[in-house]
Design a protein around this ligand. Structure first.
Ligand SMILES: Cc1ncc(COP(=O)(O)O)c(C=O)c1O
Length: 430
């Protein structure tokens, strides 16, 4: 059977079939990309993001009706004096068709990732998260029955809930921040049968997020001129760039890549600092001084990734450079005012991270970095929590293991996860 896509390494140029592959077999330091057999995008009559399954690394689809919703803004556009503002909303907003019940665009990543893993038969997924990603994966686990291991900072545990019972989640809370959860998650993956979902390296996550660019471009009839998003890892920015490149190659939507306008939340803005001096490497002492204190002070905790895929080939730096992009550092106060303005003009509440993106758009308008007639795409990456709390059932996920600060994944902890795996029908060999 002909594969509907291959993976390609942008560094060495090698192409190969996907085996839930996260790294180039030749060892290149690059993000692998999908190359789809279909060069033209034909939306399918399938639910949610599977409408765009031509450009997702899966063969089938999930029966989940939760995709981005793109519409032309009136209220916020008027406020900012923009004549062409498209909002792509990922969250819960039934009046507009927004069906992401965990309220963030992380569902765009979770759905194709769970399906890709199931189709490749690779094992049980392990996800490390600061909250939204974990919640999205738990929801998809609840909807599909896929077993997953989720590792989050203890302080983020109350962000882990689903709107359907999720029986197959092994939640591990770790005393520490997102960085500590990632480190612990890596250790958990030493258990045979558990596979890291891969973060930015996972093409299903990136192409799932890329559906925002596809959806908005189809709504607009052409590619936008610029794209606004708040970033922690920047994976959404890379995804937007990759999707835009595919749309350019499709040939029907214009030939210019949208400029990426990516924002971070002060005082934690390592990518902004590196970008401002044109550095392709993040230097922790320079770009993340007093890191713990800085992370503790941001209003959008999901934007605090200490190891973003910045300088890697095909990463955030390349995406910004290729698209003629710009970065913004947004204060908590500016983000809060922007969130209020959005709620007043568009009538839905925002995730604090999405409010950072709205504040960056305000700054771009004030600074004249974009013109009033430009076609602007604002990626509203999360929102609708208030509506979701009113309408939907909420099932908290109880921790299966609580790991103390600095705990190693060994002894009882390891035995407990092995026993859980065995209950899931996964045979542990070592
Ligand atoms: C609501 C929301 N917006 C934006 C982001 C940043 O996404 P990324 O940097 O992975 O593109 C996140 C990350 O968790 C998020 O939850």
């Amino acid at each position: 059977m002909r594969e509907n896509y291959l993976l390609r390494c942008p560094a060495c140029g090698r192409s190969f079939p996907d085996r839930y592959t996260l790294d180039c077999p030749s060892g290149c330091n690059a993000l692998l990309r999908t190359v789809y057999a279909e060069r033209r995008l034909t939306p399918k009559n399938l639910p949610g993001i599977f409408r765009y399954s031509d450009w997702l690394p899966v063969e089938g689809y999930l029966d989940i009706d939760a995709g981005p919703v793109s519409y032309e803004s009136v209220g916020l556009a008027r406020e900012f004096g923009l004549s062409n503002l498209t909002i792509s909303f990922s969250g819960y907003w039934p009046e507009r068709g927004g069906g992401m019940k965990t309220c963030s665009f992380k569902e765009l990543e979770a759905q194709p990732t769970v399906l890709r893993l199931r189709e490749k038969g690779a094992g049980v997924l392990q996800v490390s998260s600061a909250g939204n990603t974990g919640r999205a994966f738990c929801e998809v686990s609840g909807l599909t029955g896929a077993p997953i291991v989720v590792v989050v900072p203890t302080a983020a545990a109350d962000r882990l809930w689903t709107t359907v019972p999720a029986e197959n989640v092994c939640l591990i809370t770790v005393d520490g921040d997102y960085f500590d959860s990632i480190a612990f998650g890596r250790e958990v993956c030493s258990l045979p049968g558990i596979v890291p979902e891969g973060g930015a390296k996972n093409v299903a996550r990136r192409d799932g997020m890329g559906t925002v660019m596809l959806d908005a471009t189809l709504a607009l009839g052409r590619l936008p001129d610029c794209y606004f998003q708040a970033v922690g890892s920047g994976t959404g920015g890379i995804a937007a760039w990759e999707a835009a490149e595919r749309l350019v190659a499709d040939g029907r939507f214009g030939s210019r890549l949208p400029a990426l306008h990516l924002s971070q939340n002060l005082p934690f803005a390592p990518m902004v600092r590196a970008w401002e001096v044109g550095r392709q490497e993040i230097v922790p002492e320079v770009d993340m001084p007093d890191v713990e204190a800085a992370i503790a002070r941001v209003s959008a905790g999901v934007l605090t990734n200490r190891h973003p895929p910045w300088g890697v080939r095909g990463g955030v730096y390349d995406a910004l450079a290729a698209s003629g992009g710009r970065m913004y550092a947004v204060s908590n106060d500016d983000a809060r005012s922007a969130g209020r303005l959005f709620a007043d003009t568009e009538e839905i509440d925002l995730d604090p991270a999405a409010a950072v993106a709205v504040a960056s758009l305000s700054r771009a308008v004030e600074g004249g970095f974009i013109g009033p007639k430009e076609r602007v795409l604002l990626n509203v990456t999360g929102g609708g929590y208030e509506r979701a709390a009113e309408d939907l059932d909420r099932y908290p996920i109880e921790p299966f293991i609580r790991a103390a600060a600095g705990a190693a994944f060994e002894g009882d902890l390891r035995d407990a996860v092995s026993a859980w795996l065995a209950e899931q029908g996964v045979t542990v060999r070592a």
